[in-house]
Design a protein around this ligand. Sequence first.
Ligand SMILES: [Zn+2]
Length: 96
Amino acid sequence: MRRDLRVSIESLGTWGSARLVAEYDPESETIRVDARAVENVRRSAGDAEARRFIACAVAHELAHRAIAGRSEDEAHAVAARACGTDPRSFEALVRG
Ligand SMILES: [Zn+2]
């Protein structure tokens, strides 16, 4: 039986040289969105954009959860259809 999915905003730090923005952890059924990325979007674009960023990031991770092995481009396309914005459009805001 599948457990309830949790969404958590927390510090994700880096993975190798890549800065993590969001991740899906199948062990704990948790989607984590990086707190600093959310704060960067909020500071430069406001609360509504920060909420939209979280929704897009969650949609992207849900796309990975639904089909394991789904590519980044496919997950971005699914998220773009779900939340009306391609998550990549937040790239500059996320970096702060
Ligand atoms: Zn992805």
